[in-house]
Design a protein around this ligand. Structure first.
Ligand code: PLP
Length: 390
């Protein structure tokens, strides 16, 4: 008999009742150290007092009014995002997937108004852009698309790191390129800065719109507010979600005025997108992350973690191959099945997240303390030893 919850997930048999910072408490009262943060969502930890205050203060006033009216909380968050990014404008969604839908629509709308319309979108193998029709067409993997055809047409997929294929594929028939500056689900695969720069140049040469999907790698995760800042290049359109809501469902598409210009009244909409609750939380997240010490302090802790992980890998050469990633978006490439290591982590009451390419993701809350990092390292070591003994 089919369960009451559609069984599209293989869930670990653990249920949590509450959380605080980087810690979650399970139904049996035991505590787990959370190095997954709900897949990079709880960027400021569980039950963050400032976010609880922002949410509850707003909840007492107003939850929902619809985009038929002005929403001051939405305007405030949009202003913060415009102030701190390349973008001139923002549209709010409830998820990364919805942001993908709009990013694709916006790119196509832009070209539909041109003298020489284009609709083709170039994407990359191993990418993840959500599970909607546009999202799975953009990712293109067998795993995500099988049985869901006919797929949204117009997507081309290139091998990650294949410069020649990229150069050959980008011409004056391409409307947009969509890429994660650091692939998350794909196994913490950063696109090197030089490649992001080269990609921007190729797009400029052919008038192609560049879409960055920073749903996972954005919002401070790599140690800059957005991952592309490391390469000093800007997209035309950017998808964000996950960390921006700190656990409350919230996403957005940020865009330059040029890319967004054809999106006139009536061209797109959302019932819940940009509601006062989500935006009150999002604005507080932005205030916290753009405070002067937040990112430098994160980078310092991340560098220490990274160094300790190199040591961990060296100590357990049969378990790990190498460390990859930047900031607090780190991956342990494994020599044992990554899923086995994640399970061993559960045994040590440490939560990590598997990814493709046999990688275990470490995505702790961005404000995690030094002592919690040290505790995680002890538990990673214990999990590795448990696997070695088995
Ligand atoms: C999670 C994710 C998405 C989809 O976001 P949802 O909120 O799950 O819809 C899209 N792109 C990337 C890079 C992601 O990590």
């Amino acid at each position: 008999m089919i369960p009451s919850i559609l069984p599209t997930y293989n869930r670990a048999p653990i249920a949590f009742t509450h959380g605080e910072g980087a810690w979650l408490t399970a139904e049996d009262g035991s505590r787990y150290l959370d190095f997954g943060a709900g897949i990079a969502v709880n960027a400021l930890g569980h039950a963050n007092p400032e976010l609880v205050e922002a949410l509850t203060a707003q909840a007492r006033k107003l939850w929902h009014v619809s985009n038929l009216y002005e929403i001051p909380e939405q305007k405030r968050l949009a202003d913060l995002l415009v102030e701190h990014t390349f973008a001139d404008t923002a549209f709010f969604t409830n998820s990364g997937t919805e942001a993908c839908e709009l990013a694709v629509k916006m790119a196509r709308k832009y070209w539909s108004e041109s003298d020489a319309p284009r609709h083709r979108i170039v994407a990359f193998e191993g990418s993840f852009h959500g599970r909607s029709s546009a999202g799975i067409a953009a990712a293109g993997s067998e795993k995500m698309t099988k049985g869901f055809g006919p797929l949204l047409p117009g997507f081309t997929h290139l091998r990650w790191g294949d410069h020649d294929a990229l150069e050959a594929a980008l011409d004056d028939s391409v409307a947009a390129v969509i890429v994660e500056p650091v692939q998350g689900e794909g196994g913490i695969r950063p696109m090197p800065d030089a490649c992001l720069k080269g990609l921007r140049e190729l797009c400029d040469r052919h008038g192609i719109l560049l879409i960055f999907d920073e749903v996972q790698c954005g919002m401070g995760r790599t140690g800059r507010l957005f991952a592309h800042e490391w390469a000093d290049v800007a997209p035309d359109i950017m998808m964000i979600a996950k960390g921006i809501g700190g656990g409350f469902p919230l996403g957005a598409v940020l865009a330059s005025e040029k890319a967004a210009a054809p999106m006139s009244a009536g061209s797109h909409g959302s019932t819940y997108g940009g509601n006062p609750l989500a935006c009150a939380v999002g604005a507080r997240v932005m205030e916290i992350m753009t405070a002067p010490d937040f990112l430098p302090d994160l980078r310092r802790r991340a560098a220490n973690l990274r160094q300790s992980l190199e040591g961990l890998v060296a100590t357990h050469p049969d378990i790990f191959d190498h460390v990859r990633g930047t900031g607090l978006m780190l991956g342990l490439k494994c020599r044992v099945p990554a899923g086995d290591f994640v399970k061993a982590g559960y045994g040590e009451h440490l939560l990590t997240v598997p990814a493709a390419d046999n990688v275990v993701r470490l995505l702790p809350p961005l404000n995690i303390s030094e002592s919690d990092i040290e505790e995680a390292l002890r538990r990673l070591d214990a999990a590795a030893r448990a696997l070695e003994a088995a």
